[in-house]
Design a protein around this ligand. Structure first.
Ligand code: HEM
Ligand code: HEM
Length: 370
């Protein structure tokens, strides 16, 4: 994304170094634009003054030798120009072929697209529920057209895609892998619509632009989904804490030992009231630390290691604990236990358990090596 932003900015570059992110004070001598223009003009291949294309043809070695700029800067200038040139090439390919598809197929293209999507990836059908698919096709057409149009102003496009991605994730549970499916079908539709005009360069340009759109939307979606789950977890944990407190964890152990008596001996002669306190504290900590996953991970790894080494807890033990935890929350929350709440807790327990179990496996493997 950064590269895209940079290159689009650079696309406005005509003869200004500043547009390539280079300040003149970065040059060893006070090489102003004017000097550079003269320099480039004396090299015969530049007859119109330096443009992105000229710069892209330049060899960084020339700049180093003749302008005495340092190698990093020379590389930055030439790479920036190459990127900008490639961006222009892709933009032209995308805009012209989108026009062709629009002229020949129009909204039929998006209907073709949904037909393909639903045939190849039937899993996504329920996501669309009772959406009117003709209207949906219109919307998709409009959005892709908008995206194609906005390629001239990428910085303005990004927040639109981010909002759209957040909505896709939180309202319709669209995830990363769905973007791959949609991308494959979009490219197939374009290929079908364009026939012979679908060349290698055109395919490359569309693959690239869809990659940018898809990763911007799915990245923003992941972030929004994480925030939503975090909020659910933190608020429901507070509810359970307020109403049940440590009773919740006692309830949890009762359930665990009843449903999975095979884990009872692991706890040996542990004081189960204290144990309940400890568990409550750790879950509270984990819930709190969702604000800072970077801090949480090493704590969980340490805990996972201790579980594996001291109490012989294995990966398969995490599932019964998870089931009992979810049951406890469901019991404690009553009506407040919704589908979204279940989803959020299942997810967070999965992350915690995987982190602990992975660290446990690693610790055991290292122990066995010694
Ligand atoms: C390039 C990527 C995509 C673009 C540009 C796009 C565009 C749109 C737009 C503009 C809407 C209407 C939003 C609204 O009504 O507020 C929409 C809705 C929707 N999109 Fe996407 N979308 C993309 C990817 C996906 C993916 C990967 C999926 C999942 C397979 C998906 C599933 C949906 C669903 C389920 C709706 C709601 C339909 C309804 O019930 O109204 N979209 N999309
Ligand atoms: C989300 C997962 C889990 C969390 C957050 C968690 C948390 C904790 C904590 C904080 C302690 C006290 C550690 C200490 O005293 O240093 C502990 C101890 C213990 N945990 Fe876990 N645990 C988890 C999963 C499991 C699983 C899957 C098992 C096996 C069924 C298990 C069995 C034990 C045992 C046997 C002890 C030691 C009790 C004692 O003798 O003091 N835990 N756990």
């Amino acid at each position: 994304m950064e590269a895209l932003l940079k290159s689009s900015e650079a696309s406005h570059l005509a003869d200004s170094l500043a547009d390539l992110g280079v300040e003149s004070r970065e040059l060893h001598r006070p090489w102003t634009q004017c000097h550079l223009r003269k320099y480039l003009l004396t090299r015969k291949r530049f007859h119109l003054g330096p443009t992105v294309d000229d710069m892209a043809l330049c060899n960084p070695g020339d700049l180093v030798a003749d302008l005495k700029v340092d190698e990093d800067l020379a590389k930055k200038l030439v790479d920036g120009a190459k990127e900008a040139q490639l961006f222009e090439k892709r933009k032209t390919a995308i805009q012209s072929t989108w026009k062709t598809v629009g002229d020949s197929l129009g909204v039929e293209a998006t209907k073709l697209f949904y037909k393909r999507l639903f045939e190849q990836y039937p899993d996504v059908v329920p996501m669309f529920g009772d959406a009117n698919m003709d209207e949906q096709a219109e919307k998709l057409l409009k959005t892709v057209s908008l995206a194609v149009e906005y390629l001239k102003d990428v910085p303005a496009l990004i927040p639109i895609l981010e909002d759209l991605g957040a909505k896709h994730a939180t309202d319709w549970k669209v995830q990363k892998e769905h973007y791959d499916a949609v991308g494959e079908c979009l490219l197939w539709t374009l290929e079908t619509g364009l026939g012979d005009a679908w060349t290698g360069d055109v395919a490359e340009a569309w693959t690239w632009v869809y990659g940018v759109i898809g990763s911007t939307m799915s990245g923003a979606g992941e972030k929004a989904y994480f925030e939503k789950r975090k909020e659910i977890i933190q608020s429901t944990w507070k509810t359970v804490g307020d109403s049940l407190g440590v009773e919740a964890t006692k309830l949890f152990y009762k359930r665990l030992f009843e449903e999975y008596p095979e884990v009872v001996p692991m706890f040996g002669d542990a004081d189960m009231d204290k144990q309940a306190e400890k568990l409550l504290k750790t879950v509270s900590l984990a819930v709190e630390y969702l604000n800072d996953m970077g801090e949480l991970v090493p704590i969980l790894q340490g805990l996972g290691e201790k579980h594996a080494k001291e109490w012989k807890v294995k990966r398969e033990h995490y599932a019964p604990v998870g089931a009992s935890l979810l049951w406890t929350l469901e019991t404690g929350l009553g009506e407040a236990w919704t589908e979204d709440t279940a989803d959020a807790w299942t997810w967070v327990y999965g992350v915690i358990a995987d982190t602990m179990a992975d660290a446990g496996d690693k610790a055991i493997a290292e122990e066995e090596k010694e």
